[in-house]
Design a protein. Structure first.
Length: 304
């Protein structure tokens, strides 16, 4: 009896959906947007994938060479070092941004004076152009900081970090974190404001301390927002480019070349158009896999 009722209910829903008229205005808005999106995104992407199987320099004649570019990528030490450096700073940037942003969001969500003013102050770095502020930080790391290091007799700070093969990654990570925290704070604040205050009141009655309050209540309830932030910050960190151009230009001795910087440098100015296009395709696959794993892993741990 129940199965028969279920079948009838399904037929009713299907017939209702099939008989429903859709306003043509939706198609007039959606279809042109989809076509434009495809022309400017999918078509160039497919062309790029095709070029990665050639020896094109970006102009003139070229030949089809199959997987030679991809094979060469796995044998290129410079490409390997760029991937290692990119993953190294991406992990650092992602961890630092999320830890700092979550701390600030919890603080700004509390009952403090001038809350909106503090939010505006922390958001200012996000509104500044990376290249412009990057050159400002380049001056700071080249002149005032070494002078401060010499005054305090700090040997590693007495020389410019930008010219140090050992510490040249520090300014890049610092600038990326300084600018990236603001957006993550906004997302965490949005998540914190979805939590009912009565939950905290009930926890206070039970004698829950602030640390337990965060780990047992706050953090689990903002799980979806943490996942979003983790994916976005990791994606942005893996695509670090402007910071490298403004601060180190890939130096010293190619120690701070990220994958995106190497693709731009070699592909557009180094005569390696097809080769770096293959590198871009490979990097796209890596980014897609990382995003999928993040969403799958952390999504399964979110509380419904």
């Amino acid at each position: 009896m129940s199965s028969a009722n279920t079948t009838r209910a399904k037929k009713k829903r299907v017939s209702t959906f099939s008989n429903r008229k859709v306003d043509r205005a939706y198609y007039w808005m959606a279809v042109p947007a989809a076509v434009i999106f495809a022309i400017f995104l999918y078509v160039p992407f497919i062309q790029g994938v095709a070029y990665s199987f050639t020896n094109s320099q970006g102009y003139g004649d070229f030949k089809w060479i199959g997987f030679n570019n991809y094979i060469a990528l796995f044998q290129d030490d410079r490409v390997g070092n760029a991937y290692i450096f990119t993953f190294f700073i991406a992990i650092l940037i992602t961890v630092l941004i999320n830890v700092i942003a979550m701390f600030l969001a919890v603080a700004l969500n509390g009952k403090i004076a001038f809350k909106n003013g503090f939010r505006a102050i922390f958001f200012v770095p996000y509104t500044l152009a990376v290249l412009v502020i990057g050159y400002v930080f380049k001056y700071i790391f080249m002149t005032p900081l070494p002078a401060l290091g010499k005054a305090l007799n700090i040997s590693w700070l007495s020389e410019s970090l930008l010219t140090s093969e050992q510490y040249s990654w520090v300014p890049i990570v610092f600038l990326a974190v300084w600018q990236g925290v603001a957006y993550s704070v906004l997302i965490y604040l949005a998540g914190l404001q979805t939590i009912d205050s009565e939950i905290y009141e009930a926890a206070a009655i039970d004698g829950v301390n602030p640390w337990q309050n965060f780990w047992k209540i706050t953090f689990p309830l903002i799980g979806p927002f943490f996942t979003i932030n983790l994916v976005l910050t990791m994606k942005n960190a893996l695509g670090t480019f402007d910071q490298v151009v403004a601060l180190t230009d890939g130096g010293p001795n190619s120690k701070t070349e990220t994958v995106t910087y190497l693709i731009w440098k070699g592909g557009l100015t180094g005569g390696e158009y097809a080769y770096q296009t293959a590198n871009a395709v490979l990097f796209f696959i890596v980014l897609a896999i990382i995003a999928f794993v993040q969403l799958k892993f952390f999504g399964s741990k979110e509380k419904v």
